[in-house]
Write a protein that binds this ligand. Structure first.
Ligand code: ADP
Ligand code: MG
Length: 620
């Protein structure tokens, strides 16, 4: 039988390797920026068109390449950064695998211009899908420029797989920020479709962070510094009061390389223990320097995970360094013997609004009736304003009509407050005595139906109701808004603001009115009717966090994600007592929904139990 094994031609091998190295335009950005840093550039310019689908260009003023190197660099395993396997243990460069350029050239049109300082002239090379098209001598400034055009031109499946420009550009910004944060001494500029998105002059780490994440970031930062034999730690953590619901501003760098580490993240969180509200995330920008031979990096070309030799020690050092900083900068509580600790506001209550104590009155209590028709309303319901708002109007209206109807009967009595006013003889007495719904364990609403009974999960049901309401508002018609007397000013970082701006149309349809959009804050002058002012910042934070985790890439899925996120934030929670009227309203609204059976998160909203089922259970 004839032999069938063949060596793959280089361009095919390169295309296969490219699948690993280049997943999307942002991967190209990462590789080119890192090469520019390795080349010792002090200024790096990134120019992007159509989120990198049309053009990604990186221009640096680094050391450039010789004529020979400028051809060799496109070969696989061609690198100037290591020679021997041992060099891997003393790496001071970002690259070393020598496969990025070969991979990129296999799947795009590449134009490279490069000149070394000492040379008169430079080299201009054009290469398309691994094929050399031209090589010329050219008059060029010192440094290198790589222009990558038509990425994935020869792999349509990969090209079609790319997400919307918004999504792809966000990935590019992520990579850009990571490299820029790791190298504050280098100046970076980013242009997208002709407009300047970032202009970061060479500076120190603190200034770099502030330049990327807007002006107010400065007051959030607490410096961290620790030097031991195992590790040197420098950088900043954010004060607990600025903690956010999302994990946006969390950066670890090890030897100037951005890494992800759940383990180190845990060490930071442990240092914040007791200082954060539930579910909030500390912000941090931490730069670790370790001897290169004690870590194992880049096991996989695109992975950002690192293995450390002495993880446990690192954990302990990091945690105590941060604890120390938080304490030193008076962020953590300090012992103060002159102060009566009983007068301190518990942390969780610090930013909460004072709630007016409410008198709880059972308006339907009739001393002459044999049985109590309904239970008192709880004041605790105020924590679910969205639902309550809808309920409030009818309750107040009926109170008012009852008052006028019965004013003659109650004349002569003196009441301490208006709240207590209510009808002694209720016209609907008979009707009310037949209760149609029951709430059990402040969690489920039970209601008899023809065939048996239905048990509704109050939280999921309300999520479904709100979700459909928001989705209709966003996609079909504008909802009304409530004007704010004092517009709300909310601060966000740049990528968060981009996200809000992108959702602006949809949010306006739900009833938000944005009076201003600035570089580091927004001003809101109107809100959807079912949102209360004190909840807005949490609502928007949760929205951003949800969208950052699962970036929607079509306008429908954007509306859908917004409606889901708002429904989740605003839905009444388990543990809230509902009045009978509220329960009834919930049941009616749920069954008026298009898809009453499932919550927006695909969980069942209700179950039914038939009389036969009950009969069967009793038959034993
Ligand atoms: P690696 O970075 O892993 O060495 P690459 O394929 O990214 O592999 O680059 C191959 C080589 O090309 C590098 O080792 C370097 O010598 C050279 N090179 C790439 N980009 C630049 C640049 N911007 N300036 C100077 N030399 C560069
Ligand atoms: Mg490289």
């Amino acid at each position: 039988m004839s032999s069938i094994i063949q060596l793959l031609p280089d361009h095919v091998a390169n295309q296969i390797a490219a699948g690993e190295v280049v997943q999307r335009p942002a991967s190209v950005v990462k590789e080119l920026l890192e090469n520019a840093v390795d080349a010792g550039a002090s200024e790096i310019k990134l120019i992007v068109k159509d989120a990198g689908k049309t053009l990604i260009q990186v221009i640096d003023n680094g050391k450039g390449m010789s004529v020979t190197d400028s051809r060799l660099c496109f070969e696989r395993h061609a690198t100037s950064k290591i020679r021997f396997a041992e060099d891997l243990f003393s790496l001071h460069t970002k690259g070393f695998r020598g496969e990025a350029l070969a991979s990129i050239a296999a799947i795009a049109h590449v134009e490279m211009k490069t000149k070394q300082d000492q040379e008169e002239l430079g080299t201009h090379i054009v290469i398309e899908g691994s094929k050399f098209i031209s090589q010329e001598v050219a008059v060029l400034p010192r440094g290198t420029s790589f222009a990558i055009k038509n990425l994935f031109f020869n792999i349509p499946a990969r090209r079609n797989f790319l997400k919307s420009d918004t999504v792809e550009f966000r990935h590019i910004v992520d990579e850009f920020e990571r490299v820029a944060l790791a190298h504050s001494n280098i100046g970076f500029i980013l242009y997208h479709n002709g407009s300047e998105m970032f202009n970061l002059p060479s500076s120190n780490p603190r200034q770099r962070i502030v330049n990327i994440f807007s002006g107010r970031t400065n007051e959030k930062l607490v410096p961290v510094k620790e030097s031991t034999e195992i590790v040197e730690i420098e950088g900043f953590v954010c004060k607990p009061e600025f903690a956010k619901k999302n994990r946006g501003e969390q950066f670890f760098f090890v030897n100037d390389r951005f890494i992800k580490s759940g383990y180190l993240h845990h060490a930071v969180s442990a240092a914040y223990e007791g200082l954060l509200k539930d579910g909030s995330q500390p912000g941090y920008f931490l730069y670790l320097t370790v001897p290169p031979n004690t870590i194992d990096i880049n096991i996989h070309p695109t992975k950002t995970e690192v293995k450390f030799d002495d993880e446990h020690a690192l954990y302990a050092i990091l945690r105590s360094a941060i604890k120390h900083s938080l304490g030193q900068f008076n962020v953590a509580p300090v012992l103060d013997f002159d102060r009566d600790a009983n007068l301190d506001t518990p942390y969780n209550y610090e930013n909460k609004e004072a709630v007016m104590p409410t008198v709880v009155v059972d308006r339907s209590y009739n001393p002459f009736a044999d049985e109590k028709p309904s239970r008192p309303t709880s004041a605790s319901f105020s924590s679910s304003p969205s639902f309550r708002k809808a309920e409030k109007a009818p309750v107040w209206e009926s109170l008012y009509t009852e008052l006028t109807q019965t004013s003659e009967e109650v004349e002569g009595f003196s009441f301490e407050s208006e709240e207590v006013t209510g009808s002694l003889f209720n016209d609907n007495e008979v009707e009310q005595a037949v209760q149609k719904t029951y709430q059990i364990h402040k969690k489920y609403i039970v209601s008899p139906i023809k065939s048996g009974m239905v048990i509704i999960d109050q939280k999921r049901a309300h999520q479904r109701i709100l979700y459909e309401q928001f989705l209709t508002n966003i996609t079909v018609h504008h909802a009304a808004s409530q004007q704010l007397l004092f517009p709300l000013m909310l601060y966000f970082n740049r990528s968060e603001l981009d996200l809000i701006e992108e959702m602006r149309g949809a949010l306006e349809n739900t009833g938000f009115v944005f009076a201003e959009f600035n570089s580091d804050h927004i001003v809101i002058s109107g809100l959807p009717v079912n949102v209360v002012e004190s909840e807005v910042s949490i609502l928007i934070e949760e929205l951003i966090s949800d969208l950052q985790q699962e970036v929607p890439d079509t306008s429908f899925s954007q509306s859908d994600s917004i409606a889901k996120s708002m429904a989740r934030s605003l839905a009444i929670k388990t543990g809230i007592l509902l009045t009978e009227k509220e329960q009834e309203n919930m049941v009616n609204s749920l069954f008026a929904c298009k898809e009453p059976g499932v919550s927006p998160f695909h969980k069942p909203t209700f179950i039914t139990v038939s009389v036969e089922d009950l009969d069967k259970r009793f038959a034993i």
